[in-house]
Ligand binder design. Structure first.
Ligand SMILES: C[S@@+](CC[C@H](N)C(=O)[O-])C[C@H]1O[C@@H](n2cnc3c(N)ncnc32)[C@H](O)[C@@H]1O
Length: 274
């Protein structure tokens, strides 16, 4: 249910740049503890940030703007940054478009992209059967199933099949498991209780799945195609170095920051020389 609500919020944010009643509802839970008076109709994310920031300031909460941005990003599932980054590149392309998502979870990213770009076709995969069926259910309820191919695949065990199913795309996007194993025990109890560890634990350095996605991307992407990754703020320089020493055809392009100005997104591009 939570995943589905976040999905709606993200889709609404990306599609209309407005936030529907679900988001207002989420904030009104906090309003019960005396929050700012929010309009009952749709509001934008920035309006929500502004209202809460003002309220926190009046109540003497430290770092009011940062706190407000953090809460808003959390309620939105922090997915809109990543989606917007991919969209801004894909919108510039005129040819027929396709994209692959590795680790689709509830489908929030792929479905947001499909909803925003009617000419896009997507392939999404996940090692969790539950995630694949949830993405399917969400795609059906949004009427996006015709443009989405879904696979129940593990990027390690089924690497060959992944290459066959996903080859030759201009964009690959992934929010893979990237937490450092040592940080798993300090997650909030509600995250520990409800989230599958396989969805979050990226191994000792948080890079186990990321390295595999990078290797696959160097084979799946078309020349000049791009990989978009959501990562831990400590990862961008590590990823840049690993790619430079292991993958000839993949080049680090840029690091992008999230709502809270943390370096959370990496853009890489395939460049074949001949
Ligand atoms: C952090 S969650 C992201 C989910 C979704 N993309 C989102 O942004 O909400 C990581 C996802 O990667 C999937 N995953 C983890 N290891 C995988 C693997 N080896 N092969 C394929 N998917 C994997 C998990 O099942 C989970 O759904």
């Amino acid at each position: 249910m939570w995943r589905r609500r976040v999905l709606n919020e993200v889709l609404t944010f990306v599609g209309c740049r407005n936030i529907k009643t679900q988001f207002v509802w989420a904030l009104s839970a906090v309003r019960a503890c005396s929050g700012p008076a929010l309009p009952v109709h749709r509001i934008t994310a920035l309006q929500a940030v502004h209202s809460w920031s003002q309220h926190f300031q009046e109540e003497g909460v430290s770092e009011p703007d940062l706190s407000s941005r953090y809460i808003t990003a959390h309620v939105l599932g922090a997915k809109t940054e990543l989606v917007e980054i991919v969209l801004s590149d894909l919108r510039e392309k005129t040819e027929s478009l396709s994209a692959v998502e590795v680790g689709c979870g509830s489908g929030a990213i792929s479905l947001s992209l499909l909803k925003s770009l009617p000419q896009l076709k997507a392939v999404a995969l996940d090692q969790s059967a539950d995630a694949v069926s949830l993405t399917k259910e969400n795609a059906l309820s949004l009427g996006l199933e015709d443009r989405l191919q879904l696979y129940h695949l593990d990027i390690f065990k089924d690497a060959e099949t992944v290459l066959k199913c996903c080859g030759g795309v201009p964009a690959l996007v992934s929010n893979p498991p990237y937490l450092y194993t040592e940080d798993m025990s300090s997650l909030q109890p509600e995250v520990q209780r409800f989230e599958d560890a396989a969805a979050l634990d990226g191994g000792a350095d948080g890079l186990t799945a990321i390295r595999q996605v990078l290797s696959l991307a160097s084979q799946i992407l078309l020349n000049h195609g791009r990989l978009y990754l959501e990562v831990d703020p400590r990862h961008p320089p590590l990823i840049r170095r690993w790619v430079e020493s292991h993958l000839e055809t993949l080049h680090y392009v840029q690091t992008k920051h999230d709502f809270n100005n943390r370096p959370r997104f990496c853009i890489l591009q395939k460049e074949e020389t001949n």
